[in-house]
Design a protein around this ligand. Structure first.
Ligand code: HXC
Length: 525
């Protein structure tokens, strides 16, 4: 009887203890959801920003988010931090969910808690979801809004950043990594987003290694945060970001759209859709889209739009190095990566920035098994002291290297000019292009006729030089020689481009051409 009473008492007390623990968990979970509290949330809204959790609500499919480590907290008792009062969650919301029904891992920094600053526990949460993404082979999406390394935690914060950087590198080429920078992102903190595959920014965000104060102290330059590292600067001048958006909502929606083109991992299926646009569609407008005057520009985006599936063109980095277009699109429902010279900017010449931009895109598509379709109208590499001194040789080599190394299906359409080294670089047959076409308007030569006559016939009269240029143009300002040598597989009526590319993609569906075994290539960086 006595023993029974004892057991009953123990049971009652353990039930009470469990209830207390449950209550504590519930209260910590609520605190985690509340973040920095109503005032800070209102301040966040007043800046035109959503909170970390609101952002995830927009990014992920409805009610798909599953959180991890909501109760994780710091263990620091320095400089005003108190571990026994540590806010649960530690300034970052992490977990997994779905986008378009496909799993993704996410973390979203909460500026309302310690300014979203990164300490030991905060970093450990990010590392945990990144490792899960790697193990489960799904994209990782990081939402940054942070004051950077948590100052009170000293080297533990720096160690946490390095742990994240290492995971970025581990995941590179295995799962797609996307970053949204939606608030401050300064100091070494910039390097995690910078190492990811795609980076979108809102116009409330800024990124820089050293802020305006340090810039002023060191160089005496006076600059605002926005002018130094705002979204438009990084989308037009530095090339760090691939898209600038007015607010969080637009950036998050664009991320969902982008994810619709990406596979879950390098060995996953591409998110192809059922064909919805006629594969045999021949667009007669393409036959007249190239101006008669070879020096007149035209809109290459219009060319690409008319070839690919309707409304499928998603251009990235549109305002940076606009002389080259990098985009995702679909052909008969299949995802493709598009690279295209744009004659409206620098006449479509390749310069250092365009080469780097396209090289990175080609490498991404190759890593993730996305076929490349290249539209060529390139008069050559951009001449000039600034380009030469700025490393056009090194940067141009990156694009050459990327195309030569890419083993995905490579389809190429020369619409007009394909001159000099740039002809070779732009997915030529010689770099193992699988299907290379020229439109009748193509000019495939070492250089333009006038320049050629200038070099070959220096001592002759002006009239003679013009005649020589005409002769050079007659010989080379067309695709004949290239077609006779098999450097282009066919000269296509422009309107027939779409059905032909679709047929090629189908034939190349199971293309295999692995590169030779090695640790990794040593291309120019
Ligand atoms: C700890 C921080 C913090 C940080 C902000 N907070 N940044 N706490 N460590 N790095 C806290 C603030 O103390 C404040 O707490 C709250 O977050 C909100 O910050 P405010 O300054 O009130 O906000 P705002 O005026 O909007 O300014 C945002 C800010 C500013 C521009 C980001 O907070 C700032 O300059 N922070 C420091 C940035 C920085 O120097 N970080 C280190 C960079 S070096 P209370 O309780 O007062 O509201 C770095 C190295 C990384 O990150 C290296 C990786 C290898």
């Amino acid at each position: 009887m006595r023993r029974a009473t004892q057991l009953l008492r123990r049971h009652t007390s353990s039930a009470a203890a469990r209830a207390a623990v449950r209550q504590e968990i519930a209260s910590l979970e609520k605190a985690s959801i509340d973040g920095g509290g109503i005032d800070r949330i209102e301040a966040q809204h007043a800046k035109g920003k959503l909170t970390a959790r609101e952002r995830l609500d927009v990014l992920l499919d409805t009610e798909s988010f599953r959180e991890i480590d909501a109760l994780a907290s710091h263990r620091c008792d320095d400089f005003g931090l108190e571990s026994d009062k540590a806010p649960p969650g530690d300034g970052v919301v992490a977990g997994f969910g779905t986008v378009h029904g496909r799993p993704v891992c996410v973390f979203s920094q909460d500026f309302t808690v310690f300014g979203g600053s990164l300490g030991e526990a905060h970093a450990a949460k990010i590392v945990k979801v990144m490792e899960r993404a790697l193990h489960c082979r799904c994209p990782i999406i990081g939402l940054s809004d942070s004051g950077g390394a948590r100052i009170q935690e000293g080297v533990l914060s720096l160690a946490g950043y390095a742990d994240v950087f290492q995971r970025n590198v581990d995941a590179s080429g295995i799962v797609p990594q996307l970053s949204l920078v939606l608030g401050p992102c300064a100091g070494g903190a910039v390097y995690s987003p910078a190492m990811t595959d795609f980076l979108f920014m809102s116009r409330q965000a800024y990124m820089f290694v050293t802020g305006p104060d340090v810039v002023k102290a060191v160089t005496n330059e006076v600059v605002t945060r926005n002018d130094l590292g705002g979204a438009d600067v990084h989308c037009s001048k530095s090339g760090v970001a691939h898209g600038a958006f007015d607010d969080d909502l637009a950036a998050l929606k664009a991320t969902r759209t982008l994810l619709g083109y990406l596979p879950q991992s390098y060995d996953g299926e591409n998110p192809d859709v059922l064909p919805y646009d006629d594969p045999d569609r021949c667009d007669a407008a393409l036959n007249t889209i190239i101006p008669d005057d070879p020096n007149q520009s035209y809109d290459m985006r219009e060319v690409v739009k008319r070839v690919v599936d309707g409304h499928s063109l998603l251009i990235l980095s549109e305002d940076y190095a606009s002389n080259i277009i990098t985009a995702f699109a679909r052909l008969n429902g299949r995802v493709i990566g598009v690279v295209a010279n744009d004659p409206r900017h620098l006449a479509g010449c390749l310069d250092a920035d365009a080469s780097t931009k396209a090289a990175r895109f080609v490498r991404f598509c190759d890593a993730f098994q996305i076929p490349l379709v290249t539209f060529v109208d390139v008069p050559g590499f951009l001449p000039g002291v600034a380009q030469e001194h700025g490393g056009i040789i090194r940067h141009g080599a990156k694009l050459l290297f990327a195309y030569a190394e890419a083993s995905v299906p490579k389809l190429t359409v020369i619409t007009r000019k394909a001159y000099g080294g740039a002809y070779d670089v732009m997915s030529s047959k010689h770099l193992r292009g699988d299907a290379n076409y020229a439109w009748p308007s193509s000019e495939i030569a070492v250089m333009g006729a006038a320049g050629a006559a200038e070099i070959l016939h220096r001592g002759v009269s002006d009239e003679e030089r013009v005649a020589k240029a005409d002769a050079y143009a007659a010989r080379f300002a067309n695709p004949l020689l290239a077609a006779k040598r098999g450097f282009v597989d066919a000269v296509l009526e422009p309107s027939e481009t779409r059905p032909r590319l679709i047929a090629d993609l189908e034939v190349l569906r199971h293309k295999e051409r692995p590169n030779l075994p090695r640790k990794h290539s040593c291309g120019p960086l």
